[in-house]
Design a protein around this ligand. Structure first.
Ligand code: EPZ
Length: 443
């Protein structure tokens, strides 16, 4: 994804000062965008609360509007009202203008096919952290009876003249997006759908809660199999989005790396237990309160750790990048085995230039061999610390990698210029305001 290197797109950071204070997180980016798509399934109005002011929300709003849907976002109060009574097929050229800006358009497939009999999905954007194919999504739609035409050079045309029909589907890997794709397409399909090998991230379960409020019948077995009984129609919903556990963990890692103390209002414990265990093992302290979680560095040395990312309930891949910056400050050798994306360590290169000692390996440096074993991907990292970091010019590579660079710049001695900073607006609402509130020296 490109980054406009205008003056506005560069953040000057004077590092070396602990971040300290209170900030607030709202609903999870990775639920909110999907919940907005779910509204498309029913004529009438849906209301989503706790919505953050991030670019992914505006991209989905624009995409919904192009399809005739009325979207009203009260950013101050975080409430979005979506009236999907009227839905029409958007102009292909208009939809194309949004191509490359997000992964979400592919999830419009099922709802649009149900409402209109067809859908056009532009070629997708999202973070450059691996190949990120959509083969599982398309296979799922085919199994449900859709005809998928990839002829169009810039996207995919999906039709289902006879409607979608329940099917037995197995995912070769528990993909978050493909699980959501199946749920959004199967709820109104004719008959039953069985989806095995699915992902069960808390954001997916919150989407299931929304679909249930809309009238869907969905159950999940202990072996990660969803069973969906298609219903004839759904109605609008009112829902409060679950908090953003990725943003909360990002600020927690920032507190650890800068030897700071951050109270993350709105963060909740249940969906963060895996992160909290790791945070404690490294030597971070936290205090869980009714209205949020306080994270702080208690002084002394941080401890190294051997960790691997995994699907839920494992350690999230999106927690990995910010935590690696904190691990550059731990005393000893840490290992991080990335098993979800094949290419999520590109962000470590600037860290090394800032003084970190990080080495990447093609081998699986974890308890279990992963899908990337014997393939040419440097998907394991060894981090040796503590290493003082020195400020420099950095180019933001992707959303989480970019936030990690920001943490590194805040941890480093001396000034840094972080370029392409607007990329971070995709998933971190008002991060500049939050940094000011935490006493960061930025400009
Ligand atoms: C979601 O992406 C999130 N994005 C990601 O967050 C998150 O990292 C990821 O889930 C894993 O938790 C959103 O929710 C918008 P996947 P998604 O399908 O659904 C492979 C962030 O920073 N795969 O679970 O696109 C894929 O290449 C973002 O907030 C296929 O091979 O992820 C990857 O290796 C980054 N074929 C793995 O599965 C497919 O058709 C997991 O991807 C689909 C996926």
């Amino acid at each position: 994804m490109g980054t406009a290197d205008s003056k506005k797109d560069v953040l000057h950071v004077e590092g070396g000062k602990p971040l300290s204070g209170t900030i607030k997180v709202r609903g999870a980016k990775n639920l909110v965008s999907k919940a907005m798509v779910a509204a498309l399934l029913a004529p009438g109005t849906s209301v989503l609360k706790n919505v953050p002011e991030i670019r992914d929300v505006s991209v989905v709003s624009d995409l919904l509007r192009l399809h005739g849907v009325d979207v009203n976002f009260d950013g101050e109060n975080g409430i979005v009202a979506i009236d999907a009574t009227k839905v029409y097929l958007a102009d292909v050229a208009d939809v194309d203008t949004l191509s490359g800006s997000s992964r979400i358009p592919i999830l419009f497939s099922g709802p649009l096919v149900h409402r209109l009999g067809e859908a056009f999905i532009p070629s997708l954007g999202g973070c450059n952290i691996g190949g990120r194919p959509i083969d599982f999504h398309l296979e799922t739609l085919r199994k449900l009876g859709a005809k998928v035409d990839k002829e169009h050079t810039d996207g995919v045309h999906i039709t289902a003249p006879d409607g979608l029909k329940g099917a037995k589907i197995h995912l070769p890997y528990p993909s978050v997006g493909a699980t959501e794709q199946t749920l959004l397409a199967a709820v109104l399909a004719d008959g039953r759908t069985e989806l095995s090998g699915a992902a069960t991230e808390p954001e997916i379960m919150d989407l299931v809660a929304i679909l249930q409020k809309m009238g869907a019948i969905i159950s999940v077995d202990v072996d990660r199999t969803f069973r969906i009984e298609g219903v004839k129609e759904l109605k609008g919903y009112t829902h409060t989005a679950l908090p953003d556990r990725i943003e909360a963990a990002s600020w927690a890692s920032a507190a650890l790396a800068t030897r700071g103390d951050i109270f993350v209002k709105g963060a909740t414990q249940p969906d963060m237990t895996t992160f909290l265990n790791v945070f404690r093992k490294i030597g971070g302290e936290f205090d869980i309160r009714d209205n949020g979680i306080r994270f702080w560095h208690p002084g002394g040395d941080l401890h190294p750790i051997a960790l691997e990312t995994d699907v839920h309930p494992g350690f999230m891949t999106d927690w990995q990048q910010p935590l690696v910056v904190a691990l550059t400050q731990a005393n000893g050798l840490s290992t991080m085995h990335e098993t979800v994306y094949e290419n999520r360590f590109g962000f470590t290169e600037p860290l090394i230039e800032m003084g970190a000692t990080v080495q990447l390996y093609r081998e699986c440096l974890g308890a279990l061999p992963c899908r990337f074993q014997q393939r040419n991907f440097k998907h394991s990292a060894v981090i040796f610390g503590p290493t003082p970091l020195t400020g420099r010019d950095i180019e933001v590579p992707d959303l989480r990698g970019g936030f990690s660079h920001l943490i590194a710049a805040l941890t480093a001695n001396g000034p840094s210029n972080v370029h392409g900073i607007s990329l971070i607006d995709r998933g971190y609402a008002d991060f500049r305001g939050k940094l000011f509130a935490l006493g960061a020296k930025i400009g």
